[in-house]
Design a protein around this ligand. Structure first.
Ligand SMILES: C[S@@+](CC[C@H](N)C(=O)[O-])C[C@H]1O[C@@H](n2cnc3c(N)ncnc32)[C@H](O)[C@@H]1O
Length: 242
C-alpha cells in the first residue's frame, strides 16, 4: 500500500485501520499504542451518535476542529469492530510486544473484553489524570481517562525502570490539533514502554501525537488515519521542527 507520508522514522497511511493493518507483515512492530474513537460521551445511542463537536466540546469552546470519524457506534458494533482491528494488530505485533489503548470510564469494560478476545493478555490499567475535570455537584470529578495495557503473549520488557501507574498531564488547548488530541508530553512518557529504536503502530493516529512522540524519543512509528483532514494535519505537524 502506498504511504501518504514517510520520513526516516514515520510512515503514515490514509485509510481504514483494519484494511491497512491487513496489508502489514506479521510480527513486524514492537508495540501498539493507540487512541481509537471512544464512541461514548452519552448514555443513549442518540447521544452517542451526536457529532463529536456537540458531545465532547463544552458549550462556548471557540476552537473548531475537523470531524472525528467513526465515533457513533453502539455497544455491540463497537465491540465487534474493536475485536476486528485488535485481531489484526495482534497479528502485526511481534510476540511479547506491549499494547496500550486509550479509553474512558464508559468503554473500559468493553475495551478490556475486546483486547482479550483479539488474543492479547490483559496486564492492567494505567490512569491519565487530565487535571481539568469539571466538578460535579455531589459526585466524583471525571478527571481521568484510562489506558488499557496488555501484551502479545508473555510480555518481554527492555527496561529495568519502574513505570508509573498514573500520569498527570493537562491538555494544552493552544497546542491541541485534534478534537480529542492527547498531550505530547504524555505520549513521550508512554514511549518508555517501547524499546529504543523500536517501531510503534498507531492505527488511529489523529493529529499525529504518537508519531511525533515516537520520533522525539528515538522510536519509529507506523500510523493510520482515515480522515483526509487529520492525515494532512498530522503530516504538517510531523514536518514542523521543534
Ligand atoms: C481519538 S482520535 C486520535 C487522536 C490522537 N491521539 C491525537 O492525539 O491527535 C481517533 C482518530 O481515529 C480516526 N478514525 C476513526 N475511524 C477510523 C478507522 N476506521 N480507521 C482509521 N482511522 C480512524 C478518527 O478520524 C480520529 O482522528
Amino acid at each position: 500500500m502506498q504511504a501518504y507520508y514517510s520520513d526516516n522514522a514515520v510512515t503514515l497511511y490514509q485509510g481504514d485501520a483494519w484494511q491497512v493493518l491487513r496489508t502489514l507483515p506479521g510480527e513486524s512492530v514492537d508495540a501498539v499504542i493507540t487512541d481509537p474513537p471512544y464512541s461514548t460521551g452519552a448514555v443513549t445511542l442518540a447521544g452517542k451518535q451526536a457529532p463529536p463537536k456537540v458531545k465532547y466540546q463544552n458549550t462556548g469552546t471557540v476552537k473548531q476542529y475537523p470531524d472525528m470519524l467513526g465515533d457513533g457506534k453502539d455497544q455491540r458494533s463497537f465491540l465487534t469492530w474493536a475485536v476486528m482491528w485488535l485481531s489484526e494488530a495482534w497479528r502485526v505485533a511481534r510476540t511479547g510486544a506491549p499494547v496500550l489503548i486509550f479509553t474512558d470510564w464508559r468503554q473500559l469494560p468493553t475495551v478490556t473484553d475486546a483486547l482479550q478476545a483479539a488474543g492479547f493478555h490483559w496486564r492492567g490499567i494505567v490512569t491519565w489524570n487530565k487535571l481539568c475535570g469539571r466538578p460535579i455537584l455531589g459526585e466524583f470529578r471525571r478527571d481521568t481517562e484510562f489506558i488499557v495495557y496488555g501484551s502479545k503473549g508473555k510480555y518481554q520488557t527492555h527496561t529495568r525502570q519502574c513505570l508509573p501507574c498514573i500520569y498527570n498531564h493537562a491538555v494544552n488547548p493552544a497546542r491541541k490539533r485534534h478534537i480529542s488530541g492527547k498531550p505530547l508530553p504524555l505520549l513521550v512518557e508512554l514511549m518508555e514502554i517501547v524499546q529504543p529504536g523500536g517501531t510503534v503502530l498507531d492505527p488511529f493516529l489523529g493529529s499525529g501525537t504518537t508519531a511525533k512522540a515516537a520520533r522525539e524519543t528515538g522510536r519509529k512509528c507506523i500510523g493510520v488515519e482515515r480522515s483526509p483532514e487529520y492525515v494532512r494535519i498530522a503530516t504538517e505537524y510531523l514536518q514542523e521542527t521543534g
